[in-house]
Design a protein around this ligand. Structure first.
Ligand code: AMP
Length: 254
């Protein structure tokens, strides 16, 4: 696996790849990789000639007071997992590489995205996600990108970004990988105590039952929202100060 740290070298490598007529799959991540991330990597490896994974904890998608500096980072373990899986390129830029200039053109989301779920409870978050993904897509120029269903509104925002900015990228959305007991895997889960991890299982139970009172009855869980959009029911909550999200497609989960 080749580790690419700068934009010019990454763009050069990607140009060579495209000139060879090879397809490129791209999995953007913030690292601290778990089996959920790896399911996206596996899908790209099986569908594309080359797979690029990025690890970048993007400051512009964290609000003031959120856990940017405490976000889990585990680079050596991540590299090992990606190397073993057979990933071709790891794009590993630092903050200055992605944001060399403090002044930047920013994104504004339509109200139908900004006004629901995490769009509403984390104002500015998806503007940061759209900004970094637009940059990453232009740097990597993939044919396919891979995202997890767990971050439901993110998948809608990225699909809209791809369409509105004519990226010509195919977006693949893959099912949520869960721990035993149903808790959706998340990099932030490692901050949960054993007790909190068990309490957090109520999120998936409540989604499947369509019943938010199950969460309200769990004293260790502080509910942020329990919201339906079309056939998707999504939840965000804090467990022991750790913010977790999950969602289900109604009528699809057993
Ligand atoms: P993150 O590193 O949290 O930004 O996530 C990178 C990608 O992995 C996003 O597309 C997430 O939706 C996806 N992802 C995170 N957790 C899971 C999971 N448990 N199952 C499937 N995909 C996931």
């Amino acid at each position: 696996m080749q580790v690419l740290r700068t934009i010019p070298i990454t763009q050069k490598m990607m140009t060579l790849t495209l000139e060879k007529g090879k397809s490129v799959g791209f999995v953007p991540t913030m690292g601290a990789l778990h089996d959920g991330h790896m399911s996206l990597v596996e899908a790209s490896l099986s569908e594309c000639d080359y797979t690029v994974v990025s690890i970048f904890v993007n400051p512009t998608q964290f609000l003031l007071g959120e856990d940017f500096s405490d976000y889990p980072r585990d680079l050596e373990a991540d590299k090992l997992k990606l190397e073993r899986a057979g990933v071709d390129y790891l794009f590993l830029p630092d903050e200055k590489e992605i944001y060399p200039d403090e002044e930047m053109i920013e994104f504004k989301l339509p109200e139908s995205y900004a006004g629901i779920m995490c769009g509403k409870s984390r104002p500015g978050h998806f503007e940061g996600v759209a900004q970094v993904c637009a940059k990453l897509f232009n740097i990597i120029r993939p044919g396919k990108v891979y995202f997890g269903q767990k971050d439901y509104l993110q998948t809608l925002v990225i699909q809209k970004l791809i369409e509105d900015l004519n990226f010509g990228i195919e977006m693949r959305v893959l099912p949520t990988v869960r721990e035993k007991g149903g808790l959706a895997m998340s990099s932030r889960n490692k901050y949960l105590t054993d007790e909190e991890r068990v309490a957090a299982q109520v999120l998936y139970k409540a989604l499947k039952a369509g019943d938010k009172s199950l969460i309200e009855a769990e004293p260790m869980v502080e509910l942020e929202y329990f919201e339906r959009n079309g056939d998707v029911l999504a939840v965000a909550a804090k467990v022991g100060g750790v913010r977790l999200v999950d969602c289900v497609r109604l009528g699809r989960e057993k």
